[in-house]
Design a protein around this ligand. Structure first.
Ligand code: AMP
Ligand code: MG
Length: 410
């Protein structure tokens, strides 16, 4: 049997085996969480005209030299007014202007309303109490972006901000990578679904719902294949169905036990096994294979292992399938608050909390009873990465962390 692979090697094998799925056009409002598969360019200059950034008075800055000065108010310009139809400000004149409204010819700055006062008995005038420089409180045409400039790249993730950019550029449909269809299969004679009462020796299937939720969060559409018992024919049947998806994620049955049959069944069904052990903790007996265009992730059944293996290997693969330019979310560098020890040889991915404190990311590794601790997964907001060669890390050491979904909420 092949030796266990370092995490980096295993991850690069996964990504090399992962196809980018064909793209499709979707309405922009459905593009959230997808990956762009086209370049978006500004369809015009933004802002499209010189506009006011404040409520106040459009003025010629030079008119306010030696302020306070009194200026004649010649027009009122609300937002939405056609810039071509404005009266020109002559010397000594000002235009009452609202935020977002076009600057009239002859003006080069906006004096905020707070710096003016009415002139008693002269409603057509205002008193400028301060001066402004040319260009003050004015956004020039094209300041934000020029017509034709690339505003979003192919391979970019579509979040709320990107949805806003698409709308600003007049887009209602957009080309994105197809969502992978991912099937989830839990295996084990001891398992039963969450709505059943366990008899002695039984446990509830928590990995199935966990993996379905992880898959959805990563952008895939997920199908639940339920539970297969530890026998060849049942596994063949369920795995056969799963192999019709873009990816099949199996939990359990990949260790060395007599009834860990998943690897053998996968081989018998023509799945090419690309590796079956990784130097990762938790999660060492992790099987990865491929049949045709379908990827197979065989995760160890312990919940913390399943969770880590999905985050480290399956999430990047899903993002690659959707067309992400950078499928592996880069780790952040934090400072360890809790000393940690491990047996060297495997890269540790430990549930931890990360918080901003005094300009650095303080990382506290959470106590856990081990890879079967399903509750620990719900406590952290990051996975803290302890390199394979490190036996111990001390308080104050720099440490890399991967942000988990919902990192900000936890
Ligand atoms: P296995 O990888 O099949 O040897 O399972 C390792 C451990 O994980 C055993 O204690 C299993 O009972 C447990 N386990 C396996 N599958 C699941 C699951 N779907 N949900 C919760 N625990 C599981
Ligand atoms: Mg099992």
């Amino acid at each position: 049997m092949a030796d266990a692979l370092p995490v980096d090697r295993a991850l690069s094998i996964v990504l090399r085996a992962t196809p980018v799925l064909p793209s499709e056009q979707v309405p922009c409002r459905e593009a959230l969480g997808r990956i762009l598969q086209e370049e978006i360019r500004a369809d015009q200059d933004y802002p499209p005209f010189d506009k006011s950034l404040m409520d106040g008075y459009a003025v010629l800055a030079a008119d306010l030299d030696g302020a306070p000065r009194t200026l004649r108010v010649v027009q009122e310009i609300p937002a939405g007014r056609d810039p071509e139809r404005l009266r020109t400000n002559e010397r000594g004149e000002a235009s009452r202007i609202m935020t977002g409204a076009p600057i009239p010819p002859g003006a080069d700055a906006v004096l905020p309303v707070e710096e003016t006062s009415p002139v008693p008995g002269a409603p057509e005038s205002m008193r400028a109490n301060g001066a402004v420089g040319p260009g003050a409180n004015v956004a020039r045409r094209g300041d934000d972006v020029r017509e034709g400039e690339v505003v979003l790249k192919s391979g970019d993730f579509v979040g709320p901000a990107e949805i806003g950019v698409l709308a600003a550029c007049g887009r209602t449909v957009v080309r994105v990578g197809r969502r992978p269809r991912l099937a989830v299969l839990a295996t084990g004679d001891e398992l039963l679904e969450a709505d059943r009462a366990p008899r002695p020796g039984q446990i509830r299937n928590s990995n199935g719902p966990l993996l379905l939720a992880l898959a959805k969060r990563a952008g895939a559409s997920a199908e639940d294949l339920g539970i297969a018992p530890d026998n060849q024919s049942a596994l063949r049947e369920a795995i056969g169905r799963g192999l019709e998806s873009d990816a099949l994620v199996i939990s359990g049955g990949v260790s060395m036990g007599l009834f860990d049959l998943v690897g053998a069944v996968l081989r018998a069904m023509g799945v090419e096994i690309l590796f079956e052990k990784v130097r990762i903790k938790p999660g060492r007996p992790f099987v990865f294979g491929r049949r045709g265009e379908t990827l197979v992730f065989g995760c160890p059944g312990n919940p913390a292992s399943t969770y880590v293996v999905f985050q480290v290997f399956a999430r990047p693969a899903i993002r690659r399938m959707m067309g992400a330019a950078d499928p592996v979310v880069a780790p952040l560098r934090g400072v360890l608050e809790t000393a940690v020890r491990q047996r060297p040889g495997r890269t540790g991915y430990y549930q931890a909390t990360a918080r901003w404190t005094g300009g650095s990311l303080a990382v506290a590794i959470l106590p856990t009873s081990g890879s079967a601790d399903f509750v620990a997964c719900a406590r952290g907001n990051v996975l803290a990465i302890v390199p394979a060669e490190r036996e111990a890390m001390a308080e104050g050491d720099p440490i890399d962390v991967i942000l988990l979904d919902d990192a900000a909420e936890r």
